[in-house]
Design a protein around this ligand. Structure first.
Ligand SMILES: CC(C)(COP(=O)(O)OP(=O)(O)OC[C@H]1O[C@@H](n2cnc3c(N)ncnc32)[C@H](O)[C@@H]1OP(=O)(O)O)[C@@H](O)C(=O)NCCC(=O)NCCS
Length: 144
């Protein structure tokens, strides 16, 4: 059976338990210290920024957060059981469209070296500009 096409929509407060479970369930770019992500930050992305979920058959398979003030892709996470079904691409495309609509001309993010995410971003035209202090790759992508 082929997987259902991703359906992208805005995240709501009710989605938060499933979003949290996906964040804690990924096998790469694991959150080493959950206290580094505060409820206030998550609420800000939901209420004032770009916070999207991708659904398949009514179940949330992944989510993304982006900052329309700075062009940061703060997070992009897909449930391991739903990887390779187009959710990552659909979420990233929608987040970048939101950044373009907000007037951002260049997006940026950081991700772990040697991960599926690194390969995914390179395939999608992101360019490495160096390393962050914690050793992650800093990627940029011109928009428009
Ligand atoms: C990196 C990550 C977001 C990619 O998400 P994903 O949903 O697996 O990505 P996609 O399915 O859109 O694309 C991955 C590949 O799957 C394949 N694919 C995509 N849609 C497909 C479909 N419908 N059927 C079969 N294969 C498909 C393609 O080979 C695709 O490669 P492409 O990008 O060159 O087209 C995901 O692996 C993840 O969450 N990783 C762990 C957390 C993480 O590292 N996040 C990034 C932190 S910054």
């Amino acid at each position: 059976m082929t997987a259902a096409s991703p359906v992208i929509r805005k995240a709501t407060l009710a989605d938060q338990p499933r979003i949290h479970a996906i964040r804690m369930g990924v096998r790469e770019n694991v959150l080493s210290d959950p206290s580094r992500v505060t409820d206030a930050e998550v609420a800000w992305y939901r209420d004032h920024a770009i916070f999207l979920v991708s659904e398949a058959d009514g179940e949330i398979a992944g989510f993304t957060c982006a900052n329309p003030q700075t062009g940061l892709i703060w997070g992009l996470f897909v449930d391991p059981d739903h990887e390779g079904q187009g959710h990552g691409r659909a979420l990233l495309d929608a987040a970048l469209a939101g950044l373009v609509a907000a007037g951002i001309v260049q997006a940026h993010l950081t991700t772990g070296a040697g991960t599926r995410a690194e390969r995914f971003y390179r395939r999608h035209g992101w360019r490495e500009t160096g390393r962050s202090l914690d050793g992650n790759i800093v990627f940029i992508k011109p928009l428009g």
